[in-house]
Design a protein around this ligand. Structure first.
Ligand SMILES: [Zn+2]
Length: 100
């Protein structure tokens, strides 16, 4: 079972307390964008195997969103950080790159 650390309430919780939110740091395209950009934003995901950044919500806890850096093939977790942060912290990025 997947266990992730919530950076907001400083607890490590099981996957059953969390809700997945998909790929992190998407470039959002609104109604004013062209059809191809909007389609890409809504429907197209690379669904990578290996180190990736995902959005998770601590649904049965504090209710806040955070980003988890983990390997989708090995389930190794490299770290988590609040979703309000605009990019991956360098120490977590280094751990992800060291795993590949
Ligand atoms: Zn929490």
């Amino acid at each position: 079972m997947l266990s992730l650390h919530c950076p907001h309430c400083d607890l490590t919780v099981e996957e059953t307390e969390l809700s997945p939110g998909g790929e992190a740091h998407l470039t959002r395209h609104g109604p004013g964008s062209d059809d191809d950009s909007f389609e890409e934003y809504l429907f197209l995901r690379p669904n990578l195997k290996g180190p990736t950044l995902e959005r998770w919500r601590h649904a049965y806890g504090c209710g806040k969103w955070f980003i988890a850096a983990r390997d989708t093939a090995t389930m190794q977790v490299f770290g988590t950080y609040p979703a309000q942060r605009g990019d991956c912290p360098p120490e977590i990025r280094d751990r992800m790159e060291g795993a590949t």
